[in-house]
Design a binder for this molecule. Structure first.
Ligand code: SAJ
Length: 421
């Protein structure tokens, strides 16, 4: 299935993955229609604008819209290829909520005529591509996976996204991709769609292996961060500097321990491993334990700060960083936000100056608290009794420690950014 300007691709879900994918496909030759239930997003895209921050995305969307190769709608149109990139959040009990996948499937089912390719990109529990196909074929008994009984074929594949926020426009082009088909023909067709823009290797497998590959990649990182976070607790008990310990161990040619921190944030690594655990709870013991270790890490930071705060009557605390990782403005699922919110609750007499250079207002969970303010970095540190470093933003790392008087303050550095203070 060679992608030409006559190939219509409908990208369903214009979020962090769908919109960049739509823009890249459009600038590499396809006729692309983005679909989103949110009219504001649709209107923004049709004006050539991007409703969130991602380097180089704006220029790509603006160009594609101007050339007439990308437009957006709220209703699913007829297309040759459908790419589903909708959210798969948590439901109760760490199960995946497939409501958005199901809604996308229902919306496109009525448009199918036969021989279309449907690609699921959303991170999904094992079996979701099959689930989506079953749902669509139940709505459309005149269609089939294999052409049996003279029915037209619909091709289904899973192609998980693996791009890193902040580098999406680069990694979409350069990363290798995994394409898993419910049939070999579906995988081959999906491969040729990604070949239109992807310079990495495109590997073919079945749909469930592709689904698991994505979950396993993020679980691998989660397990390794949990190992580092556990080493941090062990080192504190033994009076060892965990950063030095990891540094030394990593000189071994086959050891590469990740960095401890205040917990794991974002919407991928803290979520995806649960999709494996809920599919095979008996077997996925280590994966579950890693999630539990990383989820409990913020509590240890809170405990340390609360213990130190007992030394002061009305402690002034500078909490440095709210984002879930350095150099981004994304505060969702951020352990730093969770820590600041809980400190405000545990220490009602404390004044907490939260510093986040990448935002202009406190997030909703902190905005209503009367002992938390959004503050300037240097002013917050100079006034503080206790400084808690939660995100290793470059501006914090580069700070003049002497001028800020850090040696005279209680410093809790959860990222090892000021190790040589
Ligand atoms: N973290 C640590 N210690 C480390 C590394 C990370 O505590 O040594 C923390 C970060 O501070 C952050 C969290 O882990 O809170 C996650 O950050 P990250 O940079 O590891 O990953 P994400 O969530 O931004 O993106 C991941 C990537 N997956 C992998 O690297 C295996 C990305 O390639 C995926 O596309 C993305 O998840 C996704 O969408 O699934």
């Amino acid at each position: 299935m060679e992608v030409t300007e006559r190939t219509t691709v409908a990208v369903i879900g214009l979020g962090y993955i769908g919109l960049p994918t739509a823009a890249v496909l459009a600038t590499h030759g396809a006729d692309v229609i983005g679909v989103d239930v949110n009219e504001k997003v649709v209107d923004a895209v049709n004006r050539g604008e991007v409703p969130f921050v991602e380097p180089d995305l704006s220029i790509s969307v603006a160009g594609a819209v101007q050339q007439g190769r990308l437009r957006a709608e709220t209703k699913t149109p007829e297309a040759d290829v459908y790419i589903v990139a909708v959210p798969t959040p948590f439901a109760e009990g760490h199960l995946a909520d497939l409501t958005f996948v199901d809604a996308a499937a229902d919306g496109l089912a009525e448009r199918l005529q036969g021989d279309e390719l449907v690609i699921l990109e959303s991170t999904s529990p094992p079996g979701t591509t099959q689930h989506m196909a079953d749902r669509i074929l139940a709505l459309r008994p005149d269609l089939s996976l294999d052409g049996s009984l003279g029915r037209s074929i619909i091709h289904f594949a899973h192609c998980p996204e693996r791009v890193l926020p902040g580098r999406i426009m680069i990694e979409l082009i350069t990363n290798d991709r995994i394409v898993g088909g419910l049939t070999r023909m579906a995988a081959e067709k999906a491969k040729s769609v990604y070949e239109s823009f992807c310079q990495g290797e495109i590997m073919i497998t079945d749909a469930i292996t592709a689904e698991m590959a994505k979950l396993v990649e993020n679980s691998y990182r989660d397990v390794n961060i949990a190992f580092a976070n556990e080493l941090s607790l062990i080192s504190a008990k033994l009076g060892i500097d965990v950063w030095e310990l990891i540094d030394l161990a990593n000189h071994h040619p086959r050891v590469n321990i990740l960095q401890p921190g205040p917990g794991v944030g974002g919407h991928c690594i803290a979520v995806d491993p649960w999709f494996i655990v809920s599919a095979v709870p008996e077997e996925a013991r280590l994966i579950r334990m890693a999630r539990e270790v990383n989820d409990s890490t913020p509590e240890h930071v809170i405990g340390r700060v609360v213990a130190m705060a007992a030394r002061f009557k009305e402690p002034r605390i500078a909490a440095l960083g709210l984002a879930f990782k350095p150099e981004i403005d994304d505060l969702r699922e951020s352990p730093a936000c969770r820590i600041v919110a809980r400190l405000a609750e545990e220490l009602p007499g404390a004044q907490i100056a939260a510093v986040e250079p990448h935002v202009t207002a406190l997030p909703r969970e902190l905005a209503g608290l009367d002992n938390v303010v959004l503050a300037d970095f240097e002013a917050a540190v100079l006034a503080a009794d206790i400084v808690v470093l939660l995100v290793d933003h470059a501006v914090f790392k580069a700070a003049d420690k002497r001028r800020l008087g850090l040696r005279e303050k209680v410093v809790i550095d959860t990222r090892g950014a000021w190790r040589w203070l």
